[in-house]
Design a protein. Structure first.
Length: 110
């Protein structure tokens, strides 16, 4: 069996588990996947039509926020949330850029 055939066989064997099952580490994540069966050509979905929000974890280093911001186009309307832990519960705070320079956290979407 050639290397290419071996690779192709393994991909066909594992793709259902990889694409159709979610790791228990991310079980509370609201993720949706599209699977096109019997699709001969590659389909590209523009990220600006798919991405609605980014949720930053508790330990997310804020120094990386400019890198995320640089990847997003303001017209897309993608919201950025910071996960916070207070009073024995997790919450999400909306991050908004104020005056084009400072990021501020808001407890709700308003």
């Amino acid at each position: 069996m050639s290397v290419e055939q071996n690779f192709d066989d393994n991909i066909r064997r594992i793709y259902p588990a990889v694409t159709l099952h979610k790791s228990h580490f991310w079980e509370k994540e609201d993720e949706q996947r599209l699977v096109f069966l019997n699709q001969a050509e590659t389909i590209y979905l523009p990220i600006n039509l798919c991405l609605k929000a980014i949720h930053l974890g508790l330990g997310f280093p804020r120094v990386y926020l400019p890198a995320i911001e640089a990847l997003l186009d303001e017209e897309w309307g993608v919201k950025i949330y910071q996960t916070v832990y207070r009073t024995d519960a997790y919450a999400r705070w909306l991050l908004k850029k104020i005056d084009g320079t400072k990021w501020m956290s808001f407890a709700d979407d308003n």
